[in-house]
Design a protein around this ligand. Structure first.
Ligand code: AVJ
Length: 319
Protein backbone atom coordinates (compact mmCIF):
# COMPACT_ATOMS: atom_id res chain seq x y z
CA UNK A 1 0.00 0.00 0.00
CA UNK A 2 1.24 3.52 -0.76
CA UNK A 3 2.17 5.59 2.31
CA UNK A 4 -0.88 7.85 1.81
CA UNK A 5 -4.32 6.46 1.15
CA UNK A 6 -7.68 8.15 1.48
CA UNK A 7 -10.63 5.84 2.07
CA UNK A 8 -14.28 6.79 2.12
CA UNK A 9 -15.82 4.45 4.66
CA UNK A 10 -19.26 5.80 3.88
CA UNK A 11 -20.61 5.77 0.36
CA UNK A 12 -21.00 9.40 -0.82
CA UNK A 13 -24.77 8.92 -0.96
CA UNK A 14 -24.88 8.00 2.75
CA UNK A 15 -23.55 11.49 3.56
CA UNK A 16 -26.14 13.04 1.23
CA UNK A 17 -28.90 10.95 2.83
CA UNK A 18 -27.79 11.98 6.32
CA UNK A 19 -27.84 15.66 5.31
CA UNK A 20 -31.34 15.28 3.85
CA UNK A 21 -32.60 13.57 7.01
CA UNK A 22 -31.04 16.18 9.31
CA UNK A 23 -32.42 19.08 7.25
CA UNK A 24 -35.90 17.58 6.84
CA UNK A 25 -36.20 16.77 10.55
CA UNK A 26 -34.31 19.71 11.96
CA UNK A 27 -36.21 22.40 10.04
CA UNK A 28 -39.60 20.78 10.71
CA UNK A 29 -39.29 20.63 14.49
CA UNK A 30 -39.76 23.39 17.07
CA UNK A 31 -37.37 24.91 17.93
CA UNK A 32 -35.53 24.43 14.65
CA UNK A 33 -32.07 22.87 14.88
CA UNK A 34 -29.30 21.37 12.76
CA UNK A 35 -26.24 19.34 13.78
CA UNK A 36 -22.98 21.31 13.49
CA UNK A 37 -21.23 18.76 11.29
CA UNK A 38 -22.78 20.33 8.16
CA UNK A 39 -20.71 23.50 8.55
CA UNK A 40 -17.64 21.73 7.23
CA UNK A 41 -17.64 21.79 3.44
CA UNK A 42 -14.41 23.15 1.89
CA UNK A 43 -15.47 26.75 2.59
CA UNK A 44 -16.62 25.97 6.13
CA UNK A 45 -13.37 24.15 6.93
CA UNK A 46 -11.46 27.20 5.67
CA UNK A 47 -13.59 29.54 7.80
CA UNK A 48 -12.98 27.35 10.83
CA UNK A 49 -9.23 27.59 10.21
CA UNK A 50 -9.67 31.39 10.16
CA UNK A 51 -11.59 31.22 13.46
CA UNK A 52 -8.67 29.45 15.12
CA UNK A 53 -6.51 32.49 14.39
CA UNK A 54 -8.92 35.06 15.89
CA UNK A 55 -7.72 36.88 19.03
CA UNK A 56 -10.95 35.96 20.89
CA UNK A 57 -10.95 32.29 19.94
CA UNK A 58 -8.58 30.90 22.57
CA UNK A 59 -9.21 27.09 22.50
CA UNK A 60 -6.86 26.25 19.63
CA UNK A 61 -3.92 28.20 21.06
CA UNK A 62 -4.55 26.91 24.58
CA UNK A 63 -4.69 23.31 23.41
CA UNK A 64 -1.57 23.73 21.28
CA UNK A 65 0.29 25.07 24.34
CA UNK A 66 -0.69 21.97 26.34
CA UNK A 67 0.25 19.62 23.51
CA UNK A 68 3.65 21.28 23.13
CA UNK A 69 4.47 21.00 26.80
CA UNK A 70 3.03 17.50 27.33
CA UNK A 71 3.82 15.69 24.08
CA UNK A 72 6.82 13.86 25.57
CA UNK A 73 4.80 12.72 28.57
CA UNK A 74 2.00 11.49 26.29
CA UNK A 75 4.51 9.63 24.14
CA UNK A 76 6.20 7.97 27.13
CA UNK A 77 2.89 7.05 28.78
CA UNK A 78 1.27 5.56 25.67
CA UNK A 79 4.20 4.34 23.51
CA UNK A 80 1.68 4.51 20.71
CA UNK A 81 2.45 2.85 17.36
CA UNK A 82 -0.85 3.91 15.84
CA UNK A 83 -2.30 7.39 16.25
CA UNK A 84 -5.96 7.75 15.33
CA UNK A 85 -7.31 11.28 15.16
CA UNK A 86 -11.02 11.99 14.98
CA UNK A 87 -12.07 15.28 13.41
CA UNK A 88 -8.48 15.84 12.36
CA UNK A 89 -9.15 18.86 10.11
CA UNK A 90 -5.79 20.35 9.16
CA UNK A 91 -3.90 18.05 11.60
CA UNK A 92 -2.03 21.17 12.58
CA UNK A 93 -1.75 20.57 16.35
CA UNK A 94 -1.21 16.86 15.87
CA UNK A 95 2.18 17.33 14.28
CA UNK A 96 3.66 18.13 17.73
CA UNK A 97 2.39 14.79 18.95
CA UNK A 98 3.57 12.93 15.85
CA UNK A 99 7.02 14.40 16.34
CA UNK A 100 7.14 13.11 19.92
CA UNK A 101 5.80 9.57 19.26
CA UNK A 102 9.09 7.86 18.51
CA UNK A 103 7.62 4.40 17.77
CA UNK A 104 4.80 5.69 15.56
CA UNK A 105 4.02 3.43 12.59
CA UNK A 106 0.64 4.67 11.31
CA UNK A 107 -1.39 7.84 11.48
CA UNK A 108 -5.12 7.50 10.82
CA UNK A 109 -6.74 10.93 10.43
CA UNK A 110 -10.53 10.74 10.25
CA UNK A 111 -12.71 13.64 9.14
CA UNK A 112 -15.90 14.41 7.23
CA UNK A 113 -13.96 16.88 5.09
CA UNK A 114 -12.06 15.13 2.30
CA UNK A 115 -10.41 18.38 1.22
CA UNK A 116 -8.93 18.93 4.70
CA UNK A 117 -7.72 15.30 4.87
CA UNK A 118 -5.94 15.37 1.53
CA UNK A 119 -4.02 18.58 2.29
CA UNK A 120 -3.09 17.48 5.82
CA UNK A 121 -1.95 14.01 4.67
CA UNK A 122 0.42 15.44 2.07
CA UNK A 123 2.00 17.89 4.51
CA UNK A 124 2.52 15.27 7.20
CA UNK A 125 4.08 12.78 4.83
CA UNK A 126 6.52 15.40 3.61
CA UNK A 127 7.58 15.92 7.24
CA UNK A 128 7.59 12.23 8.25
CA UNK A 129 8.55 10.17 5.21
CA UNK A 130 8.55 6.89 7.16
CA UNK A 131 4.98 7.27 8.33
CA UNK A 132 2.02 5.38 6.87
CA UNK A 133 -1.02 7.65 6.62
CA UNK A 134 -4.45 6.09 6.15
CA UNK A 135 -6.92 8.95 5.93
CA UNK A 136 -10.56 8.02 6.41
CA UNK A 137 -13.47 10.13 5.24
CA UNK A 138 -16.00 9.15 7.86
CA UNK A 139 -18.50 10.36 10.39
CA UNK A 140 -17.24 9.30 13.81
CA UNK A 141 -20.82 9.08 15.05
CA UNK A 142 -21.54 6.28 12.56
CA UNK A 143 -18.88 3.85 13.80
CA UNK A 144 -15.66 3.30 11.90
CA UNK A 145 -13.88 0.20 10.60
CA UNK A 146 -10.21 0.78 11.32
CA UNK A 147 -7.42 -0.70 9.22
CA UNK A 148 -5.30 -3.30 10.94
CA UNK A 149 -2.29 -1.36 12.22
CA UNK A 150 0.05 -2.13 15.13
CA UNK A 151 -0.83 -1.28 18.75
CA UNK A 152 -0.75 0.28 21.20
CA UNK A 153 -3.23 2.75 19.82
CA UNK A 154 -3.71 6.35 20.87
CA UNK A 155 -6.99 7.91 19.83
CA UNK A 156 -6.94 11.72 19.82
CA UNK A 157 -10.09 13.80 19.80
CA UNK A 158 -8.91 17.37 20.05
CA UNK A 159 -10.21 20.90 19.78
CA UNK A 160 -13.09 20.48 22.20
CA UNK A 161 -15.15 18.92 19.43
CA UNK A 162 -16.66 16.47 21.91
CA UNK A 163 -18.53 19.54 23.15
CA UNK A 164 -20.44 19.65 19.86
CA UNK A 165 -22.19 16.41 20.81
CA UNK A 166 -25.34 16.45 22.93
CA UNK A 167 -25.05 14.58 26.26
CA UNK A 168 -26.65 11.35 24.96
CA UNK A 169 -24.51 11.49 21.81
CA UNK A 170 -21.43 12.05 23.97
CA UNK A 171 -22.12 8.96 26.00
CA UNK A 172 -22.70 6.85 22.87
CA UNK A 173 -19.52 8.30 21.37
CA UNK A 174 -17.36 7.48 24.41
CA UNK A 175 -18.71 3.94 24.44
CA UNK A 176 -17.81 3.54 20.77
CA UNK A 177 -14.30 4.87 21.54
CA UNK A 178 -14.03 2.22 24.23
CA UNK A 179 -15.02 -0.41 21.66
CA UNK A 180 -12.39 0.83 19.17
CA UNK A 181 -9.62 0.44 21.76
CA UNK A 182 -7.97 -2.59 23.36
CA UNK A 183 -6.83 -2.77 26.98
CA UNK A 184 -3.79 -0.50 27.41
CA UNK A 185 -4.80 1.79 24.52
CA UNK A 186 -5.43 5.44 25.31
CA UNK A 187 -7.74 8.37 24.56
CA UNK A 188 -6.37 11.91 24.38
CA UNK A 189 -9.32 14.26 24.74
CA UNK A 190 -9.47 18.06 24.42
CA UNK A 191 -12.19 19.80 26.39
CA UNK A 192 -12.91 23.49 26.69
CA UNK A 193 -13.60 24.52 30.30
CA UNK A 194 -16.43 26.39 31.99
CA UNK A 195 -15.41 30.02 32.53
CA UNK A 196 -16.87 33.52 32.67
CA UNK A 197 -19.63 34.24 30.20
CA UNK A 198 -17.96 37.24 28.54
CA UNK A 199 -14.89 35.23 27.52
CA UNK A 200 -17.03 32.41 26.19
CA UNK A 201 -19.43 34.57 24.20
CA UNK A 202 -16.56 36.61 22.69
CA UNK A 203 -14.98 33.38 21.44
CA UNK A 204 -18.17 32.63 19.47
CA UNK A 205 -19.09 36.16 18.39
CA UNK A 206 -15.98 37.89 17.08
CA UNK A 207 -16.10 41.52 15.90
CA UNK A 208 -14.48 40.48 12.61
CA UNK A 209 -17.60 38.46 11.74
CA UNK A 210 -15.72 35.28 10.87
CA UNK A 211 -17.82 33.12 13.19
CA UNK A 212 -20.97 34.71 11.75
CA UNK A 213 -19.84 33.74 8.24
CA UNK A 214 -19.00 30.22 9.47
CA UNK A 215 -22.45 29.92 11.05
CA UNK A 216 -24.23 31.14 7.92
CA UNK A 217 -22.20 28.76 5.76
CA UNK A 218 -24.56 25.95 6.74
CA UNK A 219 -27.27 27.78 4.76
CA UNK A 220 -24.98 27.83 1.72
CA UNK A 221 -24.43 24.09 2.13
CA UNK A 222 -28.21 23.51 2.14
CA UNK A 223 -28.63 25.77 -0.88
CA UNK A 224 -25.96 23.97 -2.86
CA UNK A 225 -26.70 20.38 -1.86
CA UNK A 226 -30.49 20.55 -1.64
CA UNK A 227 -31.41 23.48 -3.89
CA UNK A 228 -32.47 25.66 -0.96
CA UNK A 229 -33.24 29.34 -1.41
CA UNK A 230 -31.88 30.71 1.87
CA UNK A 231 -30.42 34.22 1.69
CA UNK A 232 -27.79 34.25 4.46
CA UNK A 233 -28.27 38.03 4.73
CA UNK A 234 -31.79 37.37 6.09
CA UNK A 235 -30.25 35.94 9.28
CA UNK A 236 -28.30 37.30 12.22
CA UNK A 237 -25.57 35.30 13.94
CA UNK A 238 -26.33 34.72 17.63
CA UNK A 239 -24.08 33.18 20.31
CA UNK A 240 -25.53 32.64 23.80
CA UNK A 241 -24.27 30.98 26.98
CA UNK A 242 -26.71 28.46 28.42
CA UNK A 243 -25.67 28.57 32.09
CA UNK A 244 -27.86 25.65 33.11
CA UNK A 245 -26.49 23.22 30.52
CA UNK A 246 -23.05 24.85 30.56
CA UNK A 247 -22.85 25.15 26.80
CA UNK A 248 -22.60 27.85 24.13
CA UNK A 249 -25.35 27.78 21.53
CA UNK A 250 -24.92 29.26 18.09
CA UNK A 251 -28.11 30.20 16.36
CA UNK A 252 -29.28 31.92 13.19
CA UNK A 253 -32.09 34.41 13.84
CA UNK A 254 -34.49 35.40 11.04
CA UNK A 255 -34.45 39.17 10.49
CA UNK A 256 -37.99 39.08 9.02
CA UNK A 257 -40.78 36.61 8.22
CA UNK A 258 -39.50 34.14 5.65
CA UNK A 259 -40.76 31.32 3.48
CA UNK A 260 -37.91 29.03 2.52
CA UNK A 261 -38.02 26.26 -0.05
CA UNK A 262 -35.69 23.26 0.08
CA UNK A 263 -36.63 21.18 -3.00
CA UNK A 264 -34.08 18.43 -2.26
CA UNK A 265 -36.20 17.35 0.71
CA UNK A 266 -39.55 18.59 -0.65
CA UNK A 267 -39.76 21.10 2.13
CA UNK A 268 -41.34 24.51 2.49
CA UNK A 269 -40.56 26.02 5.85
CA UNK A 270 -41.59 29.29 7.44
CA UNK A 271 -39.55 31.43 9.82
CA UNK A 272 -41.28 34.11 11.87
CA UNK A 273 -39.28 37.31 12.35
CA UNK A 274 -36.93 36.68 15.30
CA UNK A 275 -37.28 32.90 15.08
CA UNK A 276 -34.02 31.06 15.70
CA UNK A 277 -32.44 27.98 14.20
CA UNK A 278 -29.91 26.35 16.56
CA UNK A 279 -26.88 25.33 14.53
CA UNK A 280 -24.40 24.30 17.22
CA UNK A 281 -24.00 23.41 20.85
CA UNK A 282 -20.44 23.73 22.23
CA UNK A 283 -20.38 22.30 25.74
CA UNK A 284 -17.83 23.41 28.31
CA UNK A 285 -16.52 21.03 30.94
CA UNK A 286 -15.21 20.56 34.47
CA UNK A 287 -12.70 17.92 35.50
CA UNK A 288 -15.12 15.89 37.61
CA UNK A 289 -17.68 15.78 34.82
CA UNK A 290 -15.11 14.54 32.32
CA UNK A 291 -13.80 11.93 34.76
CA UNK A 292 -17.33 10.65 35.39
CA UNK A 293 -18.30 10.49 31.72
CA UNK A 294 -15.08 8.66 30.84
CA UNK A 295 -15.54 6.19 33.69
CA UNK A 296 -19.12 5.49 32.58
CA UNK A 297 -17.66 4.33 29.24
CA UNK A 298 -14.94 2.19 30.84
CA UNK A 299 -12.11 4.71 30.45
CA UNK A 300 -9.95 5.70 33.38
CA UNK A 301 -8.62 9.24 33.63
CA UNK A 302 -4.84 9.19 34.12
CA UNK A 303 -3.79 12.80 33.45
CA UNK A 304 -5.52 16.18 33.35
CA UNK A 305 -3.50 19.08 31.99
CA UNK A 306 -4.63 22.68 31.54
CA UNK A 307 -3.01 25.60 29.72
CA UNK A 308 -1.31 28.43 31.62
CA UNK A 309 -4.60 30.38 31.77
CA UNK A 310 -6.71 27.37 32.85
CA UNK A 311 -9.10 27.82 29.95
CA UNK A 312 -8.77 24.46 28.26
CA UNK A 313 -7.90 20.91 29.33
CA UNK A 314 -6.31 17.92 27.71
CA UNK A 315 -6.90 14.59 29.39
CA UNK A 316 -5.29 11.23 28.89
CA UNK A 317 -7.30 8.15 29.82
CA UNK A 318 -6.79 4.43 29.33
CA UNK A 319 -9.02 1.53 28.51
C1 AVJ B 1 -15.10 22.38 16.26
C2 AVJ B 1 -15.45 22.25 18.57
C3 AVJ B 1 -13.52 23.21 17.79
O1 AVJ B 1 -17.16 24.33 19.22
O2 AVJ B 1 -15.47 25.66 19.50
C4 AVJ B 1 -15.84 27.39 16.50
C5 AVJ B 1 -16.36 24.86 16.37
N1 AVJ B 1 -17.89 26.81 16.37
N2 AVJ B 1 -16.60 28.50 16.52
C6 AVJ B 1 -16.11 24.84 18.84
C7 AVJ B 1 -16.67 26.32 16.43
C8 AVJ B 1 -17.83 28.14 16.43
C9 AVJ B 1 -15.50 24.45 17.50
N3 AVJ B 1 -14.95 23.07 17.51
Amino acid sequence: MSPLSITRTLPADATAAALRADVAQGLSRTPKQLPPKWFYDARGSELFEDITKLPDYYPTRAEREILLTRADHIAAATRARTLIELGSGSSDKTRHLIGALTDLHSYLPIDVSESALAAAGETLLAEHPGLTVHALVADFQQGIDLPDTPGPRLLAFLGGTIGNLLPEERSAFLHSVHDMLSPGDALLLGTDLVKDEATLVAAYDDPQGVTAAFNKNVLEVINRELGGDFDPADFDHVAVWNAEREWIEMRLRARKDLNIKVPGVDLAVGFAEGEELRTEVSAKFRQEGVRTELAAAGLELANWWTDSTDRFALSLSFR
